[in-house]
Design a protein around this ligand. Sequence first.
Ligand code: SF4
Ligand code: SF4
Length: 224
Amino acid sequence: MEKTGNVEKEIRSVMSEHPEILFGFTDISYSDYAGEYASALVFAVPYGEQLTPEDYTEERFDRGIQAARTVLESVVDRIEGILRDMQVKYWIPPVAQENEIELRALFSFKTAAARAGIGWFGKNDVIITEKYGPRVRLSAILIDVPFEYGIPVTKGRCPEECTKCIDICPCKALKGRQWEEGMDRSEIIDYQKCNRMRSAFIPKLGRKNACGLCLAACPFGKQA
Ligand code: SF4
Ligand code: SF4
């Protein structure tokens, strides 16, 4: 029990040096990894630039994501060091989707973020935080230790009348539904439509288009 408390204390101490990063803990008894790990530590790192449709460009959006990734990597490195030293079992799930058919990651950072109380699924199927809106990079570490868990968010908090993300989507992939826990992703977004449009840029960019217009349009976090 003492070890458990110390792990949490050490992690919170690292996070206190990064007040800009939102984070929380959730139990993962709902996930495929329940038998192997007790919890997930979930991070939401603000993008380097909090873009709006007025100043959005693909390059700036991509740069902002890379800046968040750099911060994230350094924090995760330090926490990994702590977990190794304390001989705690952990695993960092990959960001990448498992395949191009299901387009689902092995472990959903978004679901874990909602359960950790970091934010809700917006009408754009992205986690919306009060502070930064959807302009955050998510990550998680699965850790085989129980923690003080956040209060899960189970319902969308998008204003009923807001349709900014839906209106700006170039391929009309968003369906305008307010999220509730347990809802299938397909009720909110036609993921294949979004993916097809973004994949069409691979010959030109050597990667999918980041798009991100449905993030830039969100009124939450615009002032951050
Ligand atoms: S990323 Fe772009 S294409 Fe995909 S849902 Fe958002 S605005 Fe639409
Ligand atoms: S733009 Fe509006 S509807 Fe879309 S995610 Fe943001 S608050 Fe929700």
